[in-house]
Design a protein around this ligand. Structure first.
Ligand SMILES: Cc1ncc(COP(=O)(O)O)c(C=O)c1O
Ligand SMILES: N[C@@H](CCOP(=O)(O)O)C(=O)O
Length: 453
């Protein structure tokens, strides 16, 4: 299988090269040249598989340049670090409401699903190509921690993570800054996640720098991230009662649009999912898009769900590519208008599939409380945004994207309960090591140059 850029001006690459490249050299994002189609028989064959086997079977359609046994071993290793035997358990709360818990990985957020796998793919790449790599990522809290954990102890790798100083939760910061590992660099920048992501894309677009430093990406600009995230939708869908599978709506806490895009791509591969609700916090660009058609960037307003404090949703470009009939020239034109004006009027989005909700900071604690009072369930502030409202005529599956123990202050204020987790408690004793760096591509390049492998 080959992967092509949304902007159509980069050569098609095989799976391993596309993963290693991250952002396409023309500034676009990689997508499969053709989306495979899963038939009813394929889905029946998937039904009996455990999570690692399902993940391997799914990736066989994409990672065609890695042999079966090697890929199966990489996947098996990736999911042994999860603490729940089902990996992604479905928890029923009411007849029409279930929660898909995605926080049983080592850093207690859904990012572990893809970043454990990507860490092991990078380890494989270092071994087969006999090269070191330098990984660069930007985070609003969870990607950074999960990426660092995915690479911890892997020889031949160094990892540089940009995060907005003072705008991630204290325990998220500790997950990134208290590892004690000398190949991990948590870079605190002034500004928002959007500023970090803009600088990161500029650096990946600098081909000389990217190639000379063997730079690899861990954000959802990397297609492996999105593909790995397809698998938990598939796993959840396969476990729903057969008579409800076609009428399910996945409700997805949304920021950079990678999570919900993965579900939507799976639907385009033939899995009959009825719809997706894009659930935002007060940074509501995607809510406004899916309710009015207007995509207009605003300033990031720090919120109680900090990992979703994003306005420029990176994966929107992949969605755009499909929405304009895979016309890469049109994508280039729209992205350049958007870059220049910060807005775009969308005419052809999949309105039948997508709905949207938003949740401000006054609502998050009251939703956490009402979910707790009603179901005895503790939702973290990001997941709470997805409980804002539900269609009573459908089965809603809320994606629970982070463990509540990562955000104890908000939970305590909402319901008087102090959620804890042993892995987070252990971090509280360790020193914080962070590196303040200006949020400019030049400053970041300089920092990396001095420390890269
Ligand atoms: C806990 C949590 N929930 C939701 C999101 C939003 O996911 P996405 O950026 O893929 O839309 C994030 C960040 O990505 C997150 O860390
Ligand atoms: N919410 C994310 C932001 C980065 O998104 P990604 O999916 O592109 O990695 C985070 O927690 O860092």
């Amino acid at each position: 299988m080959n992967f092509i850029s949304t902007r159509g001006e980069a050569p098609a690459l095989g799976f391993s090269d596309a993963v290693a490249t991250g952002l396409a050299p023309d500034g676009g994002l990689f997508l499969p040249e053709e989306l495979p189609q899963f038939s009813g028989d394929d889905l029946k064959a998937f039904a009996g598989l455990d999570y690692p086997a399902l993940c391997t079977a799914f990736f066989r359609r994409f990672a065609t340049d890695i042999d079966d046994a090697t890929f199966a071993a990489i996947v098996a290793k990736s999911y042994t670090t999860f603490s729940h035997p089902e990996i992604a358990p479905l928890v029923p709360l009411a007849d029409n409401l279930q929660v898909l818990e995605l926080f049983h990985g080592p850093t207690l957020a859904f990012k572990d699903f893809a970043l454990q796998l990507l860490g092991n793919l990078y380890e494989h790449q270092c071994a087969t190509r006999q090269q070191t790599i330098n990984v660069l990522g930007a985070t609003s809290g969870d990607t950074g921690a999960a990426a660092i954990h995915g690479l911890l102890g892997k020889p031949g790798t160094a990892i540089f993570i940009l995060y907005p100083d003072g705008r991630v939760a204290p325990l998220q910061e500790r997950q990134m800054t208290c590892t004690g590992a000398d190949n991990v660099f948590a870079m605190a920048i002034e500004g928002s996640f959007d500023d970090a992501q803009t600088a990161l894309k500029e650096i990946f677009a600098d081909q000389d720098f990217r190639l000379s430093h063997r730079l690899s990406a861990v954000n959802s600009i990397n297609l492996a991230r999105v593909l790995a995230q397809c698998v938990y939708y598939l796993s959840a869908w396969l476990r729903l009662p057969a008579d409800r599978q076609d009428n399910v709506e996945f409700v997805v806490p949304t920021g950079n649009f990678g999570n919900v895009l993965a579900g939507w791509m799976l639907q385009k591969m033939g899995v009959p999912i009825r719809g997706f609700k894009v659930a935002t916090n007060q940074n509501d660009i995607l809510y406004r898009l899916f309710t009015t058609g207007e995509y207009q960037v605003d300033r990031v307003a720090p919120s109680l769900a900090p990992s979703m404090d994003i306005q420029v949703a990176s994966n929107f470009e992949r969605f755009l590519y499909f929405s304009v009939g895979r016309d890469a020239a049109r994508v280039r034109e729209i992205m350049s208008t958007f870059k220049a004006t910060g807005q775009y009027r969308f005419e052809n989005f999949d309105a039948d599939t997508f709905s949207a909700s938003r949740c401000n900071d006054a609502e998050i604690p009251s939703i956490i409380k009402s979910v707790y009072d009603r179901y005895g369930y503790v939702a973290d502030p990001h997941t709470a945004c997805a409980f804002a409202e539900h269609d009573p005529d459908r089965l809603s599956v809320v994606l629970s994207t982070a463990h509540p123990a990562k955000f104890p202050d908000t939970i305590r204020a909402a319901i008087g309960v102090d959620p804890t987790h042993p892995s987070l408690e252990a971090l509280k004793e360790r020193p914080i090591i962070k590196h303040p760096v200006a949020a400019t591509a030049d400053a970041i390049r300089g920092f990396i140059t001095e420390r890269a492998l």
